[in-house]
Design a binder for this molecule. Structure first.
Ligand SMILES: [Zn+2]
Length: 488
């Protein structure tokens, strides 16, 4: 008995040693954080004025039959030319499909693969009926209260403008890149990029261009979003989710509702939806999630850090916590969202047909085919036909070991100071989906600090970009270009 107790006591002591050692190995208790606001050669107020002007061009992707406003897109292109004369002196620019812009800054060493910066010119419309809720008119580009207000300030003109600021500064000093640098500004990202990014990508493919890496929107730095972490966290997206939509259609005999069969088309399609919803794609903590957890853990109080450091023991608990938040839950699996249901015409007629639309966002470990198979198995009903109406496979995962990822992470450390940096998964689609075939790696990261409030404003009311983000982002792009295309 005594021996047994001794063995048990020894095992518990050993467990504690392992838990604590692993926790201490992660480090922690790093110093307080204050973001830098001054950056040589980049003036936040001046950039804000230019961003404000760029917002005044109503470069809207309507999402219906409406054509883009040619004058607005031409005006925007002309504005860039005037605002950034040195960039336009050294870079070649061409217009693709009338409204997209492709720039090439020729490098000195043709043995090096080019790098590409992706952003988009178009913006989403203002939701009808919400125009009056804006503090300042949505296309005024007003600079007020430390921010630039208007549709596109964050998504995505803030990114185009800060990229151009960096290029302009470098061009003004006649910087000579070692490798080609491309800027790819699509004009229809908000509707999937079929005429913009897809056309640019085809054009580059026909010219035999393959990128070392590309960088797009789709992630950034978040602050005050992760509970317990006060510093901004840089989330560099190495992949983006795919999507697919299934239409489920049920057919059943008609007749009067006074003499029904056990099921009508409406009950059949409803059961199909319930079966799909009750069999969600499983949530998993994968390698990327572990890197993310280990990156933020040092910022957490000791007990939480111990939980995060010992996922071998606490994994199921941590997973249950991550599942509670819809954003973190979405990053752990393929999501299922029944969005439309249709059926029946009259209250006393048995419907002969009913249908539903289910939209999926596919995690990189699954495929369009996997989603359909799972739906078929969950529904398992010969009365339901399943049709795939639109599908984009998830992107391949880019490595975190590449020159590109390292450069992005290092520059983030230089510009933002000591903050956690981790790989991430973009939950929505970006223009990058059109460039996966012509790049060794695709990353998504905008060097802006987003607070939870900012995230609501993207595509919503009162979108604005804080001025403190602008000079810092311009400095960040400048540093990244120097690091990846400068003479060492
Ligand atoms: Zn966007």
């Amino acid at each position: 008995m005594k021996r047994l107790l001794l063995v048990c006591g020894g095992a518990i002591a050993l467990l504690f040693v392992i838990l604590i050692t692993r926790t201490l190995m992660l480090g922690g208790g790093s110093e307080d954080y204050t973001a830098r606001t001054q950056y040589d050669g980049h003036n936040g107020q001046e950039i804000a004025q230019r961003l404000g002007q760029s917002i005044q061009y109503e470069t809207i992707s309507w999402g219906d039959e409406r054509e883009p406003d040619a004058e607005a897109f031409q005006g925007f292109a002309e504005f860039l030319k005037n605002a950034y004369p040195n960039a336009h002196r050294l870079l070649q620019r061409e217009t693709v499909n009338d409204h997209s812009l492709l720039y090439r800054w020729p490098g000195s060493d043709s043995s090096l693969k080019p790098v590409g910066f992706i952003a988009h010119i178009d913006v989403v419309p203002i939701e009808t009926g919400t125009e009056d809720q804006w503090t300042y008119a949505p296309f005024s580009g007003r600079v007020e209260g430390g921010a630039v207000w208007g549709r596109g300030a964050l998504d995505n003109k803030g990114q185009i403008i800060t990229i151009m600021e960096a290029v302009e500064k470098l061009a003004a000093e006649n910087f000579q890149p070692t490798r080609d640098i491309y800027l790819m500004f699509g004009h229809d990202e908000e509707v999937g990029g079929p005429n913009g990014a897809a056309a640019i990508s085809d054009l580059l493919k026909s010219r035999g261009v393959t990128f070392e890496w590309t960088l797009d929107e789709g992630s950034g730095l978040v602050s005050g979003v992760i509970p317990g972490v006060s510093k901004p966290v840089a989330l560099i997206a190495t992949a983006e989710k795919g999507s697919t939509t299934l239409r489920l259609t049920a057919t059943a005999p008609g007749g009067h509702s006074s003499t029904p069969l056990p099921d009508t088309a409406v009950s059949l399609v409803s059961r199909a939806i319930v079966n799909i919803s009750d069999n969600p794609h499983p949530l998993k903590i994968d390698k990327n999630t572990v890197s993310f957890i280990h990156a933020i853990a040092p910022e957490l109080p000791f007990m939480q850090r111990m939980v995060m450091a010992n996922l071998w023991l606490t994994g199921p608990f941590v997973k249950s916590q991550l599942e509670k938040d819809r954003v973190t839950a979405a990053s752990l699996h393929t999501t299922t969202a029944p969005t439309i249901i249709n059926g029946g015409t009259k209250l006393n007629i048995l419907p002969q047909q009913a249908s539903a639309i289910v939209n999926y966002r596919i995690h990189p470990r699954d495929s369009v085919e996997d989603v359909r198979k799972r739906a078929e198995q969950s529904i398992n009903d010969p009365n339901i036909t399943i049709e795939t109406i639109g599908a984009t496979e998830p992107s391949p995962r880019a490595t975190t070991k590449s020159e590109g990822y390292r450069a992005i992470a290092q520059v983030t450390g230089e510009i933002f100071g000591p903050i956690p940096t981790a790989p991430f998964l973009t939950l929505q689609g970006t223009d990058t989906k059109h460039y996966t075939g012509i790049a060794n790696a695709n990353y998504r990261f905008t060097p802006f600090i987003y607070e939870s409030d900012d995230l609501k404003r993207i595509h919503g009311t009162d979108e604005y970009a804080k001025i403190e983000n602008l000079a810092r982002a311009a400095a960040w792009y400048e540093a990244l270009i120097r690091k990846s295309a400068g003479t060492p």
